[in-house]
Design a protein around this ligand. Sequence first.
Ligand SMILES: *Cc1c(COP(=O)(O)O)cnc(C)c1O
Length: 374
Amino acid sequence: MSQYDNYIRNTWFEIDLSQFQKNIEIIKQQVQTRVLVVVKANAYGHGIVECGKAAEKSGATMLGVATVGEAALLREAGVQIPILRMTAYGLNEMQSFIDDDIHFFAWTKEHIETADKLAKQVGKKAKAHLKIDTGMGRAGVFAEDVRPIAEIIQAAEHVDFEGVCSHFHTADMPETDSVFRQIEKFELALKTLEGMGIVPPYIHLSNSPALLRFKEARYNMVRTGVITYGQYYEEKTELFDGMKAIGTWKARLVSVKTLPPNHGVSYSVKYRTSGHEKIGVIPAGYADGFRRRPLGANEVLIHGRRVPVVGSVCMDQCMVVIPDDMEAKEGDEVVLMGGQQEDYIDSLDICEKWGTNNYDVFANISARVPRVYV
Ligand SMILES: *Cc1c(COP(=O)(O)O)cnc(C)c1O
């Protein structure tokens, strides 16, 4: 949801919420454990409020976010299920965790002391998930050092020991050694806790690629992000049967005109017409998340056919060459990502051209592209 959603724009991101719910139901059924649906980064661009509410309806146990603002949007929209604020944070964010009943990662004495103090002030219980660094080198305590911090959590009167978790760094690659090394570390942490009589309610390790590939790492909750939206992580792998992409990036041609031979197109004239060419204008540019580079390599679908984007992508628009035998006119539908008639532009093809991954592509479809739910 954004402040632009109520205004006409001839480019928009169309989202199939019923397919989203279907994807969650399929994941739930396949993994046979609880599911935390990750809705950070505006639900990977698909709309945090709409997707968060839909996930709750589909039986998600928890929602995962990366900022307190994201959590607040979900609470304001009436989402009731627990929200986990993942990733590292500053202690100045702790008050919001307590105020909005947000679960959070914890791995230092300062985290727990601050949470305990603030929760006590308002007569609440803070909801801590002990984060183990099993190899990511980012947030968390090393598996070997779990005991002292676990003791502190246990002793904190106003902190509930809600969970224990970690994160894979390479679950999407063919090489699996590191995955099993990370599982080993996680097991070590669990054993230490068990030895102390601690078995937290939520034990979670797997992200999308891991939950597809490593049954042994599902524990009692998985965190599903990119595949929930029917998208792949990096390599095209099989999703569970019946899962599909929920988002299609569309636009309408806002101009079609014929240029004479040897006429330049766009800034710096990186493209020149060879003969008379029909040039269409699409009202989507790099400020919408349709990347500027590599120049000219983008393609879009019009009337079910692939046509090349030519010249530099501008901030608010880009240009395509309409083939001579295509009847295209102002107002005709364009697909920048997704399917049209028989053809399909896979987001992974776009990733390849943009030299990045799907997460980056979706997270950067900007706020001024209206989200339209069908
Ligand atoms: C973003 C994130 C996820 C989701 O990852 P996907 O690969 O999209 O499933 C899971 N866990 C944590 C801690 C994350 O930050």
